[in-house]
Design a binder for this molecule. Structure first.
Ligand code: FES
Length: 577
């Protein structure tokens, strides 16, 4: 018998009563009374770290969650897990996402709790927490740390990290000098919190609210505001309700909930990373997300949220415009309104409770979109048999139908060594190709797909080129950039065999990415230079390289994905989107 509260998941000494006796004795050593231990136990996942300023408000959030838990009659039990700060993780934060998911899953499973509040915010932390909690099967609520405030540089409003890239591009183009770029560096991040544009962190915040896994309106309040703390208090309060009703994540994270999340991902002009994370999260529940579904939804879901990098505003503006409920109201005809949320009410009921629309300029009406189709388009062709994606809402219209000569870099070292060389043979209408930055090649699929414009061209005023890789791109970046080419080069995908001088054709309208090399020539290149999967001798690197899946499987470890119950599947039918 699993038990509840402190009787749950006892340490195994061969005598269950003694195990409980011992556990209570130790927790009483921290000053708890027997009465406190009778309450529903709510775990709170703390991910504060000096290496993660995006989580810099963690102490205040934990206090507010605890208040909500107490208000509802529960007992809060904060505990730590791994934290991943995007710019502090080598080789890339994505390399560690699955490790954080494993830590989250196993600590939720190992320790006694009837529900858990997951506090994360920086890019990989939220998907890691949802993946872990979904697999642990304990009632869960996601609370995000919230976006940073915007800053000001010489009177211009700035925020990480779209403006970081914009100013760095100007520095590379010699439009700004050394002291100038140092001055910008002081202004870009005005407070703790996650990036203030529609990057991956904001995307995942909106996605988890759309999934029904976060309390309504909690995606957008800035990290340092009262609204953020109230969202934390409400999260604690709702967690006790979930514990009492035993609402496990699979009741909320249904195929309909994932359909709603994909709609929102498309309508916010969300980060391309969002599709990888959603695929991994759904994979934990045995719900396949295929790229064709995403593309079909994309053709009928316009971008409505006017935020950088696709538009002009910041997350704090989105919050003032009513936050995600304002968008959900516009998307209502496309949503599954019966999907359950952590409040115990449906998404449709929550949209009604948010009240009527009011005048604002951040979320466009459905009939007047920022971009007529969803932000992300899915490409296929002989260069990407398993698919590739492009964030069309942040691409240059003139380059979306383009044929050009490939200029190939075989990895990040080669890129660093040659991209700014004065003698690099490159022209503005060439296609830059970067190989070996996929899941095993990177390793961890680094956000290096935003290949810089070669200095000689940047100085001549070139702002965008078609760029192709098997890596990812920061959600805060913009450009005509093809990403997640699958299969990746490092395991022998066609991308590995592209050579400088080949012709490549991109057609976003036709959703095609073609290497214009005869099939026989390509086959000969494969035979000449076959690839074997990269390996490591020991440790996490060994586990990672042996187990990581491709982008179309969410880059999760193969052994962490949902194990299908074939008898139940036969009864219920396939759970695909
Ligand atoms: Fe943490 Fe952007 S660096 S959210």
């Amino acid at each position: 018998m699993a038990g509840q509260g402190f009787a749950k998941g006892l340490a195994n000494y061969g005598d269950a009563e003694f195990s409980l006796f011992l556990r209570k004795a130790f927790v009483k050593g921290a000053g708890y009374s027997s009465a406190a231990l009778e309450r529903p136990v709510i775990g709170i996942v703390e991910t504060g770290s000096a290496y993660n300023p995006c989580h810099g408000n963690m102490p205040q959030l934990v206090e507010a969650v605890k208040r909500g838990v107490f208000m509802a009659g529960g007992l809060p039990m904060p505990f730590p897990t791994i934290s991943i700060g995007e710019s502090f993780a080598n080789p890339t934060s994505m390399y560690l996402r699955n490790l954080m998911a494993m830590d989250t899953e196993e600590m939720i499973r190992a320790q006694p709790m009837d529900a858990v509040v997951l506090i994360g915010g920086c890019d990989k932390t939220v998907p890691a927490q949802v993946m872990g909690a979904a697999s642990a099967g304990v009632p869960a609520i996601q609370l995000v740390t919230g976006p940073m405030l915007t800053g000001s540089h010489h009177g211009e409003r700035v925020g990480a990290c779209t403006d970081c890239r914009r100013y760095w591009g100007r520095y590379r183009a010699a439009e700004i000098d050394g002291p100038g770029i140092d001055a910008v560096n002081d202004r870009l991040v005005a407070s703790v919190g996650s990036c203030g544009v529609m990057g991956t962190a904001s995307t995942m915040a909106c996605v988890v609210e759309a999934l029904g896994l976060a309390v309504p309106g909690s995606a957008t309040p800035p990290a340092v505001t009262a609204d953020r703390l109230r969202a934390a208090e409400l999260s604690g309060l709702c967690a006790v309700g979930l514990a009492r009703e035993r609402v496990t994540p699979d009741r909320i994270l249904t195929p309909d909930a994932f359909r709603n999340a994909l709609r929102v991902l498309l309508a916010i002009g969300g980060s391309t990373n969002g599709i990888v994370h959603l695929t991994a999260m759904a994979g934990r529940l045995g719900i396949p997300i295929d790229l064709a579904t995403l593309d079909r939804m994309g053709r009928e879901t316009p971008v409505l949220v006017d935020l950088k990098p696709s538009g002009q505003h910041y997350m704090e503006d989105f919050h003032r415009a009513g936050g995600l409920p304002t968008l959900l109201r516009e998307l209502k005809p496309l949503l599954h309104l019966d999907a359950l949320t952590v409040t115990g009410r449906t998404l449709g009921e929550e949209i009604e409770r948010a009240g009527p629309a009011f005048p604002q300029t951040v979320v466009r009406p459905f009939a007047e979109p920022l971009y007529p189709q969803g932000g992300i388009a899915v490409l296929s062709g002989n260069l990407a048999p398993g698919g590739a994606i492009i964030k069309q809402s942040a691409a240059s219209p003139a380059l979306m139908e383009h044929e050009g000569r490939a200029v190939v870099f075989d990895g990040l070292e080669d890129l660093a060594a040659r991209i700014d060389a004065d003698d690099l043979d490159v022209a503005a209408d060439d296609v830059l190709v970067l190989q070996n930055i996929g899941p095993t090649g990177g390793p961890g699929m680094p956000e290096a797909g935003y290949i810089p414009i070669p200095k000689q061209l940047a100085r001549a005023g070139v702002k965008d080129m078609v760029r192709i890789s098997d890596g990812r791109m920061s959600g805060t970046a913009a450009g005509t950039i093809v990403l997640h080419v699958t299969p990746e080069a490092a395991i022998g995908g066609p991308l590995a065999h592209v050579r400088t001088g080949d012709r490549i054709r991109l057609s976003v309208a036709a959703r095609r990415l073609e290497l214009l090399v005869p099939e026989a020539d390509l086959a000969a290149r494969v035979a000449q230079a076959p690839r074997t999967r990269p390996r490591a001798a020991r440790g996490y690197a060994k586990l990672f390289l042996e187990s990581v899946t491709q982008a179309d499987q969410g880059v999760d470890f193969d052994f962490l994905r949902h194990v299908r119950d074939e008898a139940a599947d036969a009864q219920d039918g396939e759970a695909a989107l």
